[in-house]
Design a protein around this ligand. Structure first.
Ligand SMILES: [Zn+2]
Length: 285
């Protein structure tokens, strides 16, 4: 999850150029020219309503134009050359789920259901394979919705962390996604987004793997622990704080998977910090 700047695309001009491109007679010409005003209005509405799934107006376009826009999206003509640039615009972190290597684009308003926004840059967000796992999920039953990386400014804040349970030996087990601020104004949507995308994309399985490595040798996960030197609790806390800041900065997001893990470790009970220090110091003897 990441707050993204708006794409540097003049969508109204793109739409105008695309609608006049006669070489697209097998796809959008002249269908798009005929419906250009309607599509343009839908872009303006989307901006006005700040991409909020509950407020944007549904705009009906006919099946021929829907299919033409899909074809243009899949084989972009020169007017849509920004699509491949957008796909690579967040190389460090997936803006939708916080995982790694986003190589696809997610239509926030799914193109199957909202075809007018098939090639609208502000509806296209780089995403990893969570794109397919999300499918066409957009809204829940209680006014909760998928979050929008271009419009939802609170995505800049730290929203997700983890809580742990532990076994009798104080080994960390069973990390669970948790929410930094249960009283957040948008908590229902934050939870809906996390459940529909982040959890579906397997973050808890990844976390369990990380915790297993940490139980064996903490420096494999808390990568700035000196591998051959003993440490104390106070040093561990400092290292966790530094590592958290480094993951936040590197990805431009406080809700990338590494930061979620390290934030959870930083705020874990002190008995778990003692366990980590003991485990580290014992392993280097
Ligand atoms: Zn993702």
């Amino acid at each position: 999850m990441k707050k993204m700047n708006f794409p540097e695309v003049d969508d109204i001009k793109v739409l105008d150029d695309l609608s006049k491109n006669k070489s697209l007679s097998r796809t959008s010409y002249p269908l798009l020219l005929r419906d250009k005003n309607k599509v343009e209005n839908s872009y303006r509405d989307y901006n006005q309503k700040k991409g909020n799934a509950f407020n944007v107006s549904f705009v009906r376009i006919d099946l021929d134009l829907k299919s033409a826009l899909l074809k243009n999206y899949n084989s972009p003509p020169k007017e849509l050359s920004f699509i491949s640039i957008l796909r690579d615009s967040s190389p460090e972190v997936c803006p939708m789920c916080g995982a790694f290597y986003p190589q696809e684009l997610d239509h926030i308003m799914p193109k199957e259901d909202y075809p007018a926004w098939t090639v609208f840059s502000r509806n296209l967000v780089p995403a990893c394979s969570c794109n397919k796992k999300r499918g066409r999920t957009l809204k829940g039953n209680n006014n909760e919705r998928i979050l929008h990386p271009y419009f939802d400014n609170f995505l800049k804040d730290r929203l997700l962390t983890i809580s742990f349970s532990h076994d009798a030996n104080k080994k960390l087990i069973d990390p669970k996604i948790d929410y930094v601020d249960e009283n957040h104004n948008e908590i229902l949507s934050i939870k809906f987004h996390a459940e529909s995308i982040v959890l579906k994309n397997g973050i808890e399985k990844w976390l369990r793997g990380q915790i297993n490595s940490l139980n064996v040798f903490p420096a494999n996960v808390i990568k700035n622990i000196p591998r051959k030197k003993k440490i104390k609790i106070r040093k561990l806390i400092k290292l966790l704080e530094e590592l958290l800041e480094s993951y936040d900065d590197q990805t431009g997001s406080k809700n990338n998977w590494n930061s979620i893990l390290i934030h959870g470790l930083l705020h874990a009970p002190s008995s778990l910090h003692r366990f980590i220090v003991k485990q580290h110091n014992n392993s280097i003897n």
